[in-house]
Design a protein around this ligand. Structure first.
Ligand SMILES: C=C(O[C@@H]1C=C(C(=O)O)C=C[C@H]1O)C(=O)O
Length: 187
């Protein structure tokens, strides 16, 4: 059943026109939010590097408390649920702090290749590096609204630091990964 089956035929086109117009605006707003988030993460990465260089703590709870008060007041003025504004902020800040902790953590030797790890009993028995939460990782503690189907995300899709590129996303078992054809260049 399509969404417009219950609408009288003479109204259906007008309703669909309205729906499409609203959805275009939604798509524009979503695009703007992604760009704004990317800019925010560029700034917070700079803050993270500064903190790492000067041995400052990854998080600043006092600053966050002031930001939350400000955002809640802004939300009220904008007729947005202040509790939602606070949850959104906590979600973003948890990711920022995770980045800051990583920036402050000295890089370790790369993990051995899986074949080598399996062939070496000691290596096979050793816990996987970086498998658990790092100190200061608060992402798991951020409670999202029940309808927000967003798991704590790592790596961050808007992470834009070329020094810390995102690894390739995991491919689910059995899923076909498209392979670029070396012989047929795309048009
Ligand atoms: C960006 C900073 O680091 C953390 C992240 C914040 C944020 O994303 O707004 C705020 C405070 C800090 O916990 C900062 O200290 O300014």
């Amino acid at each position: 059943m399509t969404a417009h089956e219950n609408i009288p035929a003479d109204d259906a086109q007008a309703v669909l026109d309205d729906l499409n117009e609203f959805r275009q605006s939604i798509d524009n707003i979503d695009a703007a939010l992604i760009h704004l988030l990317a800019e925010r993460f560029k700034c917070t990465q700079k803050v993270g590097k500064l903190k790492a260089e000067h041995g400052l703590p990854a998080s600043d709870p006092g600053r966050e408390a002031r930001q939350i008060q400000r955002l809640r007041a802004l939300a009220e003025g904008a007729h947005l649920d202040p509790a939602f504004a606070e949850k959104w902020f906590n979600f973003v800040v948890a990711e920022v702090i995770h980045h800051h902790v990583k920036l402050a953590t000295p890089a370790t030797a790369p993990a051995p290749a899986p074949a080598l790890a399996a062939a070496t009993p000691a290596a096979a028995a050793a816990p996987t590096p970086a498998s658990g939460p790092t100190p200061g990782d608060r992402r798991a503690t951020v409670a999202l609204p029940a309808h927000t189907a967003v798991a704590p995300v790592h790596p961050n899709p808007v992470h834009s630091d070329p020094a810390h590129p995102n690894p390739a996303p995991a491919t689910p078992a059995g899923a076909a990964r498209p392979k670029p054809s070396p012989t047929r260049p795309s048009a």
